[in-house]
Design a protein around this ligand. Sequence first.
Ligand code: F6P
Length: 318
Amino acid sequence: MDKIAVLTSGGDAPGMNAAIRAVVRAGLYSGFQVFGVLHGLQGLIQGNWVDMKLGSVADIIHRGGTILKTSRSSEFMEIEGRITAYHNLQRKKIDNLVIIGGNGSLTGGWEISKLGINVIGIPATIDNDIAETVSIGFDTAVNTILEAINRIRDTASSHGRVFIIEVMGRHCGEIALSAGVAGGAESILIPEINNNLREVVNKIEQGVQRGKLYSIILVAEGAGPAYEIKEFLAEQTGMEVKVIILGHIQRGGTPSAADRILASVMGKAAVDNINEGRKNVMIAGGGYNVEAVSLEQTLKKSKQVRNDLISLAHVLAT
Ligand code: F6P
């Protein structure tokens, strides 16, 4: 019987469980034996497997985190670690490996594919920083941030304060940009562009002149540090400025409908691609529409900055 191993790796993202469920159920439906690898790429090195049955993935579609657990494996970044992982897969006669994770995890996947394992990548990271696709977890994280913005807006408007909300995203501004547009932020600072703090001051002051006594500023973690921006804004505007760092709250919680659907569609597509004999691809797309793209080529590309969203945010915040 042909075999598939599935694992989650890197930062957890809401919807990973829905993706695991889809890979396991679609894999079993197609007649594969499916193994779950515990603790991500590190678990491959340790040979940490569980035999997955239909019931193994019952009652998880709505849960955040990952039932397979995850890790950031520095050992896997070394060739020795990958060779050990490869031998473990060979011993188990597993030819197909589905990796659910972000950029680093999929890059690890590409590296082990060079040793002769067929790797199918499923993009899952709240950062949404993988080229050519929406990543599982992004939609939920943005919605979590919107909930926080709504609450902060109440207190910000009551006191007439400036709030800087720092969101995750590593080197990418996707989260800040989407949450900023959807949350009606006055300014959005992202790492991909040169942020002009003078413009932020002007926006705050223009708001005050037309009677808007508070401001919400979204800062991607890669465009911080938020506390330095706070010092500058407080000094320049003379207003009270507060910083909120949302941190790992953004990674948890029940996945949104959009993430559950994307995860289910991508998980099934991963198995379909194995069935169709495609090798070393990443499932890419959004919503119900996904396709297989080259894992190697996609990882070489960087995510394009959403200039349309930047100018939209600018126009709507004037
Ligand atoms: O990649 C997801 C992410 O949450 C980034 O936004 C953040 O920079 C990083 O992971 C935090 O990593 P850790 O949970 O290992 O501290």
